[in-house]
Design a protein. Structure first.
Length: 376
């Protein structure tokens, strides 16, 4: 009886230890899951910061790739996007001499199937003397890799490939975490796709040589957002239509170019100056306060509105206009420009387009004879 009792007690102890170990394992696993979620949330936040801190699409994608490499301790990470004509590497920490191979993976049979089925593909070697099938000129850099095709709204846009220099390095990797990373990459690509469109249509104005409005939302915003607070000014040449109608369009063009050139020569390179639309222009005074800007604009306004602008005989000839004939059309007359200014504060991280919309609405609704500097 004593032996049986001891056995029963030992069995109960073993069962208790098993239950305890299972409980501890579940708690550890729960902790790991919570910790992983926290890590993923932190990475998402880092992604959002990367989008806000950088300007161009290229810079944003490179930044998120750097975040992936740092936070998840990935040896090599490469993001490749199809731009409509060809595949291009948007971000990679792999030596550039390997890029031709990395941006041609869609032609490798094993990855073709992955793209068609929208599923990841894991490839590895068994020993150090082998190399991965897609490697051409390299041998020892990567020994295992996971290929992820990227889709936006069921449309294939490219791929992300993570690599390691160790065979079978990804055998026990948590695929759910990798799926989260992939979705984060896609989210960023979605976010920047509209910005990429804006960047691609940025152009320079024919007469002034100034960038168009779209520049403000890309490279221009990069300059502006170096500072927490800036002052945005929009001004309008309010008598340009009168000059075009009563005199001639060629004279109106000269008014625009002369005003633009004067302002370009008198503002800092840190500031952004663009032709917004028609007779409206924008100057972004990066890091400047409204009071200082208003004083400066008063000087600019006085100088411009004291200009006497006319076409010379040589300019008339270059435009194939007969000076004698054009006298009847007042094309060789002298005109004085009139400007209306409005300024407002802009804070980094807020909507620049909303500020511009507010300024434009003010100028469009202002009295035709208003020629002032207004702070709204």
């Amino acid at each position: 009886m004593i032996i049986i009792a001891v056995v029963v007690i030992l069995v109960l102890i073993v069962i208790g230890l098993i239950i305890y170990n299972v409980s501890i394992h579940k708690k550890i696993q729960k902790f790991k899951n919570i910790n992983q979620r926290i890590t993923n949330l932190n990475v998402v936040q880092d992604f959002l910061n990367a989008i806000g801190e950088t300007s161009t699409v290229q810079e944003k994608i490179k930044k998120i790739n750097d975040v992936l490499i740092e936070k998840y301790e990935i040896k090599y990470s490469t993001i490749v996007v199809f731009n409509g004509a060809e595949y291009e590497i948007k971000a990679s920490n792999v030596d550039q001499k390997h890029w031709d191979a990395l941006k041609s993976l869609q032609n490798i049979d094993m990855f073709k199937d992955s793209i068609q089925t929208a599923t990841p593909k894991y490839v590895t070697v068994n020993n150090e003397n082998e190399r991965l099938p897609y490697q051409q000129m390299e041998f020892g850099r990567a020994k295992s890799a996971i290929f992820f095709p990227l889709y936006i709204d069921n449309v294939y846009i490219g791929y992300w490939i993570m690599e390691s220099g160790t065979p079978h390095d990804f055998d026990n990797v948590d695929t759910t975490v990798l799926e989260v990373i992939k979705e984060n990459i896609i989210s960023v690509l979605k976010t920047v796709v509209h910005q990429k469109t804006l960047e691609s249509i940025v152009r320079k104005d024919l007469f002034t040589g100034l960038y168009s409005e779209e520049y403000l939302y890309g490279e221009g915003k990069n300059k502006i957002d170096r500072y927490t607070k800036s002052t945005i000014c929009m001004f309008k040449i309010i008598n340009i239509q009168e000059i075009n109608k009563q005199y001639c369009r060629e004279l109106g063009n000269k008014v625009i170019t002369q005003i633009s050139e004067y302002i370009k020569q008198n503002i800092s390179q840190e500031y952004v100056f663009v032709r917004y639309m028609g007779p409206k222009f924008v100057i972004a005074f990066s890091g400047a306060e409204e009071s200082g800007v208003a004083d400066f604009l008063n000087e600019i306004k006085d100088k411009i509105e004291s200009m006497n602008i006319s076409l010379t005989e040589q300019e008339l000839q270059e435009l194939n206009l007969d000076p004698n004939k054009e006298k009847k059309n007042n094309c060789n007359m002298t005109v004085v420009p009139k400007l209306n200014f409005v300024i407002s504060s802009y804070y980094k991280g807020t909507g620049l387009e909303e500020v511009l919309k507010k300024l434009e609405e003010y100028l469009d609704n202002a009295d035709n004879n208003e020629s002032d500097i207004t702070n709204i």
